[in-house]
Structure formats: structure tokens, C-alpha cells
Design a protein around this ligand. Structure first.
Ligand code: SF4
Length: 358
């Protein structure tokens, strides 16, 4: 189970495609006393339900490393207090633009962050500073320094109209550095973002072509790096060929990801920042109240209803159905009749099945 903690929306970059664009100047920050209330509630909830699976606490923003290390350490210490002392299985993750990097940051990341994600678009320059300057070389230098420091991280590269023809360069960049990565098609979940990034948007067939190219490169390389999303499609193809049954995701039993916004509002994963995805106030309501509420049941029902499409899919027993619960419209598109269309996972699994079957 993941909690994405929107510690602060403040950011020193203005990436063209950022869905938080209008909030990036805000200095609002989740206070340590608010974290105290949240972790206390989380610890009680996990203990009462005897949950043994790992609880991921993800620092997200904005740029989380703009918050002081003392503050971030303070957040971790509160989690230690309420989760660690109960022997709860928890760990921290962070998604950063890595514009800030030095020895103290490296030490903190190595000591506290189990899973680190770096956002960077090799062979493309969409990630601007506040003043509009190019941050490419700055982040590239920090990536090289982090690798030299033996800091483990994965990466997210956004796929857009600007780098559609650079799949091999992107692949070679990360694989030559032994860094697993996710190629994430640009998407917009609100009207403001939709208008702002029109020039970056891709057609479905372009995304599929990019994924096929990525899958081909991955299969033709001697690497065990996890390259998403193609690695997941590939595993489903293998399961289909071998007749292995994969249990479908059931959010009513195990909702995977929750967003905790800077103001305490908690949302489900697929519909964050919308009324439909709103679950409660993480700083005021107990987690038991939020996660047992009718609001959450309705939200789970809403998320799960798109998996009806899976009933007629040839790969329904080899796939965990999560592509249709995903936030990313690359996976989860609903047509005019309200039917969810699986326009990336299904054709990609089919592609791998055909390729592997000769
Ligand atoms: S429709 Fe898509 S998500 Fe559902 S089982 Fe098929 S490939 Fe998986």
C-alpha cells in the first residue's frame, strides 16, 4: 500500500507537462504536527488490521528536496515513532527532479529513501527552470554524480511529441547507466493541463509504436533491468503462453495508492483531485474512518467498474487488470458510451505473445 505525500507543491522547475503547474509557487507545506496526526492514525490502523504488507510513504511534490533535510528527517522520525515502534513494515520513497544534489542530500537519500525516482528526459529539453532556462546539463551532472556515489535509483522519462523519435537514445541513455526506467506518455487529467500541453500530446498509435520499439530494444538487449511499462506487458504475455493464472487486483480488499494532498485531503489513485476520488481529511479524520467510509466504497466501485472490459479480453487470466485501474489515460480510456478501452496493455500483450510464438 502506497501513500503519496504531497509534502509541498513548491518547485524550482516548470516542466511543460506538469499537472501541478498552477501550484508550483505555493510555499504551503505539510507541518510536522500534521504528519504527527497522520502517522499516529496510520500506525493505529495498520496495527488494528494486522497488516503485514509494506506501507510505502512517498515524498512527492513539487520538488521534495526543496524542503530542508532537517524537515524531511523530522517527517521520517515521526514515522519511526508511530510505525517503527509498532514493528510495522514501512519504507520511504521519493520522486525528485535532482536539480539539488550534494553530499548531505546523498547521505540522507542513502540512509532514508529505499526507492528513489529521478525525473529526467534524455535527448529532450522540456524541463525548464522557473526563469525558463534549460536544466538539462545541471540534472545530467547530478545524475552522473549520484551514480558515482553508488546511489540506487530508477527514472521516469515522459514520452511526448518532442521525443517520440528518440526511443533508442532514451533506452541507451538509461540502460548504459544500469538505471531501470519508466517511459510515461504525456497526459492531462484536467482542462488547464490539456490546453497547455496540446503540442506535446500523442495519438494512441504513436504511443503503441513507441512501446513496441521499447519492447524490441529490451528483448534484444542482455539486461534484467525493469523497463516499464513493457516489462509488465511482457510478464502477462509469458503467463498467457504458459497458462499461468494471475490474480486480478481487487481494490475493495487492497487499495494500492492514496494521495495525501498538502492540505490533508486524501484521494484515491485514479481520480485524485476530483470529487469522485475524495476520501476524507487525513489530518482530521482517523484513517479507519476514511478507509471504512461509504465515500471510499463508492470510489473503489468507480475505479473497479472499468475492469468490466476485462471480462471479454483473451488475456483476462494472465493480466491482473490493473491497466484499467491506472491513472494514466494511456491505459484507461473511456469511450463515448462509458466503456473502458484497454488500448495499450491488450495490444502490447498481444504483440509480445505473437513475437514469442514466432
Ligand atoms: S482488457 Fe487490458 S487490463 Fe483487462 S485483462 Fe485485458 S489486457 Fe488486462
Amino acid at each position: 500500500m502506497d501513500f503519496v505525500l504531497k509534502v509541498s507543491k513548491l518547485c524550482n522547475m516548470r516542466c511543460e507537462y506538469c499537472y501541478e503547474h498552477k501550484n508550483l509557487e505555493s510555499k504551503d507545506q505539510i507541518s510536522l504536527s500534521q504528519f504527527d496526526a497522520f502517522f499516529k492514525s496510520l500506525g493505529s490502523w495498520v496495527e488494528e488490521r494486522n497488516i503485514t504488507e509494506r506501507i510505502w510513504l512517498g515524498f512527492h511534490g513539487g520538488e521534495p528536496l526543496l524542503n530542508s533535510l532537517d524537515y524531511l528527517e523530522g517527517v521520517c522520525s515521526l514515522a519511526d515513532k508511530y510505525l517503527g515502534e509498532k514493528s510495522i513494515n514501512y519504507a520511504f520513497s521519493m520522486q525528485t527532479n535532482l536539480t539539488r544534489y550534494n553530499k548531505d542530500i546523498c547521505d540522507f537519500l542513502k540512509r532514508r529513501i529505499t526507492t528513489l525516482g529521478v525525473s529526467f528526459d534524455p535527448a529532450c529539453s522540456l524541463r525548464k527552470s522557473v526563469s525558463g532556462g534549460d536544466t538539462y546539463d545541471l540534472v545530467l551532472n547530478n545524475i552522473e554524480a549520484a551514480l558515482a556515489d553508488k546511489l540506487n535509483f530508477g527514472a521516469i522519462t515522459v514520452l511526448s511529441a518532442k521525443n517520440l523519435d528518440k526511443i533508442k537514445e532514451i533506452y541507451d541513455f538509461w540502460v548504459s547507466r544500469d538505471v531501470p526506467f519508466r517511459l510515461l506518455p504525456v497526459s492531462a487529467t484536467d482542462n488547464e493541463t490539456q490546453e497547455r500541453i496540446q503540442h506535446l500530446m500523442l495519438k494512441a498509435e504513436d504511443v503503441l509504436m513507441a512501446f513496441r520499439t521499447l519492447g524490441d530494444l529490451w528483448l534484444e538487449t542482455d539486461t534484467d533491468l525493469e523497463i516499464d511499462p513493457v516489462a509488465g506487458y511482457f510478464r502477462s504475455a509469458i503467463a498467457y503462453i504458459k497458462g499461468i493464472k494471475v490474480p486480478p487486483v481487487d481494490l475493495s480488499k487492497n487499495e494500492r495508492v492514496h494521495y495525501v494532498d498538502t492540505d490533508g485531503k486524501m484521494y484515491n489513485y485514479a481520480d485524485h483531485y476530483t470529487d469522485a476520488g475524495y476520501l476524507g481529511d487525513a489530518f482530521k479524520d482517523s484513517l479507519a474512518t476514511i478507509l471504512d467510509s461509504n465515500q471510499r466504497k463508492a470510489s473503489v466501485h468507480l475505479q473497479m467498474k472499468d475492469t468490466k472490459t476485462c471480462e471479454t479480453c483473451p488475456f483476462k487470466e494472465a493480466c491482473n487488470h490493473s491497466p484499467l485501474i491506472e491513472i494514466n489515460p494511456t491505459e484507461r480510456v473511456v469511450d463515448e458510451d462509458g466503456e473502458a478501452i484497454c488500448w495499450a496493455a491488450r495490444p502490447m500483450i498481444d504483440y509480445f505473445v505473437r513475437r514469442l510464438s514466432g
